[in-house]
Write a protein that binds this ligand. Structure first.
Ligand code: ADP
Ligand code: MG
Length: 557
């Protein structure tokens, strides 16, 4: 009955033997079921529900190949620290080891990707196992949990009186940091000359936006969001130093790390991207994370929102305010102006085909401030991140810690399902590279089937990183079989991806000039009912502006 829902509202999946009845039963108790076209996209969608709502979404898959396709989604969720429940059908218990239909050691395979990977021993055990899975997915560091349901379970009868009712778990307990660690951290911050607050997606997940904003304002701290933490404090806040990212990281003497790992996204916290002796104050819910790559000056183990509250209290006793005319702020501001000028120059270039910066400039001018931005691709994601501001928390979803391509449409579908229920006026805008779009392109049918007014924008450069123009492509083919002579980064030039959208009843636009782009954007944004896809042709050779450091620098090791 409905009491077993455990506040789980959304299920994404693909039905087949033996799980079809599970989807029907879920709908019967009021869970919204979204049938997708590939289990990977379904699993990405379910994981985005976890990040956006703090309650796990469910992904339902069939045995063997269906389960295997979903592993990418389980890994992506666990690497991102997002809660997720995957329910997999598996072969009948009495057929195992016989080479049953789609037989695979799913519980064993699930262990590497999940916090919990289990099969209930009987029908009666299912409620307790589900409660444990939901609890495990959201307690401590969030992650994915897998529940294996043998096919013969699905049609077994059970005596209702023998099933024990299991109540929904309590909300995750909220832990605070030791008070000695809090005062140590405030002393370090008070003595710092060049402090920097780094906000990670753990802060977004813990809904710490109000407290973090207060901390920024109270102490006058410069802050830098990681990609998915954009919007926890609005990107247009005067203390946001994203446009001087490299300088801020490189020169900070004290870093307050709020829910972000010192992994590749933050260059491991090591020189040359950071000072050798930078003092890191690490705040995280996961104690094993504390001390990774850098020996921290102070460790605050606890929930970000709660710990930020502790810091605020401490700072209300001893006031610390960085004067906005300090040398540190001067230096950061100079750098920000300089970087913004460089982007502006590129954005205002009039030549055709457009470059990335021009395309994003026009998109930025027209999209609403309060929309959910989903983004993936290489240059499309990286340049888009710097060009498109976020003003609200948890409104940016991208390839994440795992750098996964193919997440976009699943994330957009999940975000649009939630928006439909909670904030119907909020648009979901999914900005994809042409290569990234290809991984899950058939989910456009899912979008049209559920009539989700998602706007997909494809920044199309005919390839991965860079592509070939139509003429260069023809020249290449003179050398023979495309498999032997076409650059592996190339995709078919001038592909009309917008026709995938019109094929299913949505609106498709093929645009080559800023004017066409503006018109297509205005039309798609005015029509709040219809899914649409704008295929933006850009210069296949367009690139990022020059970077100060090569990617993944780790030269001192
Ligand atoms: P980013 O990609 O933004 O750099 P990461 O995914 O690397 O962020 O880091 C997020 C961190 O946030 C993880 O180490 C995770 O343990 C932590 N975290 C998640 N939820 C909470 C919470 N409620 N309170 C504190 N830390 C959290
Ligand atoms: Mg591309």
């Amino acid at each position: 009955g409905a009491e077993l829902i455990l506040n789980v509202e959304y299920m994404f999946g693909i039905v087949g033997i033996p799980v079809t009845e599970i989807a029907i039963a879920a709908q019967a108790v009021g869970i919204k079921y979204v049938g997708m076209r590939n289990e990977q996209a379904a699993c990405y969608a379910a994981s985005a529900v976890g990040y956006l709502t703090g309650r796990p979404g469910v992904c339902l898959v069939v045995s063997g190949p269906g389960f295997l396709h979903a592993l990418g989604g389980m890994a992506n969720a666990t690497v991102n620290c997002w809660p997720l429940i995957v329910i997999g059908g598996s072969s009948d218990r009495n057929q195992e080891t016989m080479g049953a239909f789609q037989e695979f050691p799913q519980v064993e395979a699930g262990r590497l990707y999940n916090k919990l990977s289990v099969r209930p021993s009987s029908l009666e055990a299912i409620p307790a196992v589900i409660e444990k899975a939901v609890r495990t997915s959201i307690y401590g560091r969030p992650g994915s949990c897998y529940i294996d349901i043998p096919g013969d379970f699905v049609n077994l009868q059970v005596n209702k009186s023998s099933v024990k009712y299991v109540e929904c778990c309590l909300p995750p307990p909220i832990s605070t940091a030791e008070s000695s660690a809090v005062s140590k951290a405030t002393s370090i911050i008070a003595l710092s000359k060049q402090p920097l607050l780094i906000i990670g997606k753990g802060a977004a997940y813990s809904h710490a936006e109000n407290n973090i904003r207060k901390l920024v304002d109270l102490c006058g701290l410069p802050f830098l969001p990681t990609p998915m933490a954009k919007g926890v404090v609005p990107d247009n806040h005067p203390n946001c130093v994203a446009a001087a990212r490299s300088t801020a990281l490189q020169l900070a003497d004290v870093i307050i790390l709020l829910g972000a790992r010192l992994n590749w996204i933050l260059h491991f916290g090591l020189p040359p991207r950071f000072q050798q002796d930078v003092k890191v104050i690490q705040i995280d819910i996961c104690s094993e994370e504390l001390g990774n790559n850098v020996r921290p000056a102070a460790t605050l183990l606890g929930d970000i929102n709660a710990v930020t509250g502790q810091l605020l209290e401490e700072f209300s006793k001893r006031s610390v305010k960085y004067p906005s005319n300090s040398e540190w702020w001067k230096r950061l501001r100079e750098k920000m102006l300089n970087n913004e000028e460089r982007s502006k120059g590129l954005a205002l270039q009039k030549s055709l085909p457009m470059n990335y910066y021009t395309a994003f400039h026009h998109i930025r001018e027209l999209i609403p401030k309060d929309c959910i931005l989903v983004s993936e691709g290489a240059n499309t994601m990286d340049i888009g991140r710097t060009m498109l501001p976020n003003y609200y928390p948890r409104q940016r979803l991208d390839a994440g810690t795992f750098g996964t391509m193919g997440v976009g449409l699943g994330f957009a579908i999940a975000a649009a399902m939630i928006a439909k229920d909670q904030t119907p006026e909020k648009r979901v805008i999914c900005i994809e590279g042409d290569s990234a779009f290809g991984f899950s392109g058939m989910e456009v049918e899912t979008i049209c089937r559920y009539n989700l007014p998602i706007l997909i924008i494809i920044i199309n450069n005919n390839g991965i990183y860079t592509g070939l123009g139509a003429d260069a492509w023809k020249e290449m083919l003179k050398f023979g079989d495309p498999a032997t002579c076409v650059p592996p980064v190339s995709l078919l030039p001038n592909s009309h991806y917008e026709e995938i959208m019109s094929a299913f009843g949505g609106k498709g636009y093929f645009v080559e000039t800023p004017e066409e782009l503006q018109n297509a954007l205005k039309a798609s944004l005015t029509d709040k009912q219809t899914p649409s896809l704008i295929n933006v042709m850009i210069d296949p050779q367009s690139d990022r502006k020059k970077q100060e450091f090569p990617w993944l620098t780790r030269s001192n090791l």
